[in-house]
Write a new protein. Sequence first.
Length: 175
Amino acid sequence: MNHDTPPPASVEPRAKPSIEPFRFQPQPEVLEGAAFSRSFQAITGLIVLGSAYWLLSLWQQGKFGGDTGLAGLKAAGWFIVAWALLAWTAWHVLQSRVRIDAQGIHQTWIWDKHMVFDDLAFAKLIRIRGLEWLMAPRLYVRTLVGKFAVFYVTDATVLAECERLSAELKAFRQM
């Protein structure tokens, strides 16, 4: 059987149903703000510094193999690696930004996240009013094929635009 031959002329290809892409125009055209609140960033920094102090004091007390020298540091290796991962994550909490522009929503993070508006099927803003100083509101978005992402949003202007995005997308998909 030859797979290179075209199908018989009587067989017509089926047209794929198309779903209209969602269009969203942010006001202003580009919005950018912090992903995490200053208080959350401060708490994160205090946890990193406090755990570094605790790790250092354990090492100085000889809790890692009874040695306060290089052998003690080698014995504390996994603890140091865990602290480094904690510090790496904290750095990204401090640096993370969220941006909304004509192409979509983007957040810098350990791995950057990006979703284009065209493919969005669902968006919901999840927040606990009164605790936003501690827990950043989250914009949960899902595409038509089921891919999802969560964007942290603290900036008030970006947060208001996320509310508008969620409402407009819901109305658009219900038509």
